[in-house]
Design a protein around this ligand. Structure first.
Ligand code: NAD
Length: 292
């Protein structure tokens, strides 16, 4: 049986750390950190995600400044809402919840977010900072994976890592972070020939393909560490991109779905917000180990 990479447990530990980080600095700063989750339209899954993020903010002492705009809001009005948040001194982090309703192009809106308030770490400038190893808000899901690996003492230096998926949201920043930690990284995608022979070479395998139960026993080397980023709602419940029941007996460690990467993604959003709040007030944050 593989060790569980328990994201729910680690998220709770990190929330406690963030809570005390905020509490210690609050008298100096005079206001709590603020995170604005901007939602446009009524995508039902987004409603649940936004509510989870706001609850997590409340648990650590971050003020939620979000607003919910109607689906028919014009691009200019969404842009104006983003510019208002950029200028708002009480706002340290901004997140534009995706997907947007038809008719709103996400590219120009994401680009309008002040890079230093980019709680999702997906602004072009911040992806560039990651590429160059400069500090900045990091993409939440891969940063959460790095924290999970670090917490369980998974050695990365000199080891072979394979990332399945090359999205800007997960796969690409994941590969950069593993490389920055001195792993030797390969990235697989939908056109990769013989996926199983590549993934079997991995000491650390991160799967973010968005394909339910893609990866089975034949894809995994005995003793590998497997991180399952996928999350899918099926008739029989939630599943990931990994056939957990097949891989669990041969892996050294595996992240469960749910309770693995998912909770870590939300926690890293809070980390980015608290770091931005400290930076804006010239205070040390002591969270460098969480910025891969
Ligand atoms: P995406 O669809 O944007 O990208 C998927 C990537 O996987 C693509 O690069 C594609 O080339 C590759 N791919 C698809 N099929 C493949 C195959 N058969 N073999 C090899 N590569 C293949 O998805 P994404 O946004 O990167 O998300 C990936 C998964 O992670 C989804 O299931 C998503 O729901 C999940 N996710 C979870 C969290 C979380 O917090 N747990 C956060 C973000 C995404």
């Amino acid at each position: 049986m593989a060790i569980r990479l328990d994201g729910k447990q680690l998220a709770a530990e990190l929330e406690a750390r963030l809570r005390s980080c905020i509490a210690a600095r609050l008298p100096t700063v005079g206001r709590a950190p603020g995170l604005a989750v901007l939602r446009v339209g009524d995508d039902p899954a987004s409603g649940v995600y936004v509510a989870n993020k706001e609850k997590a903010c409340a648990r650590v002492g971050i003020t939620s400044l979000g607003s919910h705009l109607p689906a028919e809001t014009s691009p200019a009005a969404v842009l104006a809402a983003i510019r208002d948040l950029n200028a708002d001194p009480a706002c340290d982090g901004i997140l534009l919840q995706l997907p947007l309703p038809a008719g709103l192009e996400e590219g120009p809106l994401l680009a309008a977010i002040d890079p230093d308030k980019d709680a999702d770490g997906l602004h072009t400038l911040n992806l560039g900072r990651l590429l160059k190893g400069e500090p900045g808000p990091r993409s939440c899901t891969p940063a959460g994976v790095m924290a999970l690996l670090a917490r369980h003492g998974v050695e990365l230096s000199g080891r072979r890592a394979v990332v399945v998926g090359r999205s800007i949201l997960v796969g690409q920043p994941m590969a950069l972070m593993l490389q920055a930690a001195d792993a030797t990284v390969s990235v697989a995608h939908s056109r990769t020939a013989d996926l199983a022979s590549l993934t079997r070479s991995a000491d650390v395998l991160v799967v973010a393909a968005g394909r339910p139960r893609l990866i089975g026993a034949a894809h995994v080397k005995a003793g590998a560490v497997v991180v399952d980023v996928g999350i899918h709602r099926t008739e029989t419940g939630l599943c990931g991109d990994v056939r957990q029941e097949e891989v669990d007996p041969l892996a050294a460690a595996i992240s469960p779905v749910p309770g693995g990467v998912g909770p870590m993604t939300v926690t890293m959003l809070l980390v980015n917000t608290v770091v931005a709040w400290c930076n804006r007030h010239g205070l040390a944050h002591g969270l460098d180990d969480l910025i891969p």
